[in-house]
Design a protein around this ligand. Structure first.
Ligand SMILES: CC(C)(COP(=O)(O)OP(=O)(O)OC[C@H]1O[C@@H](n2cnc3c(N)ncnc32)[C@H](O)[C@@H]1OP(=O)(O)O)[C@@H](O)C(=O)NCCC(=O)NCCS
Length: 153
C-alpha cells in the first residue's frame, strides 16, 4: 500500500521515517497501548520499524506537530484481496476522537475496498472505533493466540 500524506481537520498523517524511531518507541513501549506485549528496548522497535517499512500502509499520526499514534491499512495477512485496518494511540490522546478521525482518512483512500479488523471482545474502545466506521462482526478467529471478533466493512 502506498502511504501518502493525508490531512484531516485536526491531524496530519504521513509515512513513518527513520527520524521518528523515538516516537514509534514511545507508542510501542507503552503497556496500555501495546497491551499484548510492549517493547522494552529500542532494538525491538527498530524491528517494528523495519516491518512497517516493508509492509507499507502505515501512517504516523501527528497532532499539533507531535506524533500521537499510528494507523495502518495494509494487505490482510489472512484474506487475499482484503485490507486490514489497525490503530495504536498514546493513552494521553485517547478520548478525543483521533483514532476514528485518522482511520476514516485512510479508509477514504480506498473507497469500496473490503477491509477487516480483528478486535478482542474485551477491547471496547477499539470496538467503538470500528462500529463508528461502519464495520460489523462477520466471524471469529484466533489471532496471536487470542480469540478475536473479525470486523468487516
Ligand atoms: C483503540 C484506540 C485507538 C481507541 O482510542 P479512542 O481515543 O478511544 O478512540 P476515538 O479516537 O474514536 O475516540 C473516541 C472518544 O473520543 C471522544 N471525543 C472527544 N472529542 C471528539 C471529537 N471531536 N470527535 C469524536 N470523538 C471525540 C468520544 O466521545 C469518545 O469518548 P469516550 O471514549 O469517552 O466514549 C485506543 O484505545 C488505543 O490505542 N488502544 C490500544 C491499541 C489497540 O488496542 N488498538 C486496537 C487493536 S484492535
Amino acid at each position: 500500500m502506498p502511504t501518502r500524506e493525508l490531512i484531516t481537520e485536526r491531524l496530519r498523517l504521513r509515512p513513518w521515517t527513520e527520524g521518528d524511531l523515538d516516537s514509534l518507541h514511545r507508542i510501542w513501549s507503552d503497556p496500555q497501548t501495546i497491551w499484548w506485549g510492549p517493547n522494552t528496548t529500542l532494538d525491538q522497535t527498530r524491528a517494528v520499524f523495519a516491518r512497517l517499512q516493508e509492509q507499507g500502509g502505515w501512517w504516523a499520526v501527528a497532532h499539533e506537530g507531535f506524533i500521537v499514534g499510528n494507523v495502518f491499512l495494509r494487505a490482510s495477512p489472512r484474506t487475499p484481496g482484503v485490507l486490514e485496518l489497525g490503530y495504536h494511540f498514546l493513552p494521553s490522546c485517547w478520548g478525543k476522537g483521533f483514532a476514528t478521525e485518522a482511520a476514516r482518512a485512510v479508509l477514504d483512500t480506498t473507497p469500496g475496498a473490503r477491509v477487516e479488523a480483528p478486535v478482542v471482545p474485551e477491547n471496547s474502545r477499539s470496538q467503538q472505533v470500528v462500529k463508528k466506521l461502519g464495520f460489523t462482526i462477520t466471524g471469529q478467529l484466533l489471532h496471536a493466540g487470542r480469540p478475536h471478533d473479525l470486523w468487516t466493512r
